[in-house]
Design a protein around this ligand. Structure first.
Ligand code: ATP
Ligand code: MG
Length: 111
C-alpha cells in the first residue's frame, strides 16, 4: 500500500456510499442500473430480491471481483473502483465475503 493510501485508509466504522452504479455483462444490457445507496458504518444491511436481480453482482462490484461499468463505490471517502495493484489487494483483505457456492472440498469419506 502506498503511503498516501495508507493515510486515507478507511476506519473500521466507515460508511459505504454507492453512487450511480451500473454493471453490464453484455454491452448495453444492464444488470445493475443507476444504483445509489449508503450503508452506515457498523450497521447491518440485508439486500433482498428475486433470483437474478443482481444481488451477487452488487457484492462482487463492491469487492472488485468484477469491474463496474460506471458509477462510484466509496468506502470512507476512498473510491474502491480507482484502486489498483497493492492498494486493491490491501483493500480486499479488509472485505470479507462468504460465497453463495462455498467451493469447499467435499467430504471424502462417509464419516
Ligand atoms: N458472469 C456473468 N456473465 C453474464 N451474466 C451474468 C454473469 N453473472 C450473472 N449474470 C447475470 O446477471 C443477472 C444477475 O445475476 P446475479 O447472480 O447477480 O443475481 P442474484 O440476485 O444474486 O441471484 P440469486 O438470488 O439467484 O443468487 C442474471 O441475469 C445473471 O444471469
Ligand atoms: Mg446471488
Amino acid at each position: 500500500m502506498t503511503q498516501a493510501t495508507a493515510q486515507h485508509a478507511p476506519s473500521a466504522g466507515a460508511s459505504l456510499v454507492i453512487e450511480h452504479l451500473r454493471k453490464e455483462y453484455v454491452r448495453g444490457k444492464a444488470v445493475l442500473k443507476d444504483i445509489s445507496l449508503t450503508v452506515e458504518g457498523r450497521s447491518t444491511t440485508a439486500i433482498i430480491g428475486p433470483s437474478g436481480t443482481g444481488k451477487s453482482t452488487l457484492l462482487r462490484c463492491i469487492n472488485r471481483l468484477i469491474e463496474p461499468t460506471a458509477g462510484r463505490i466509496m468506502l470512507g471517502g476512498v473510491d474502491l473502483c480507482a484502486l489498483r495493484g497493492s492498494d486493491l489487494r490491501a483493500m480486499r483483505r479488509r472485505i470479507g465475503m462468504v460465497f453463495q457456492e462455498f467451493n469447499l472440498v467435499e467430504r471424502l469419506t462417509g464419516c
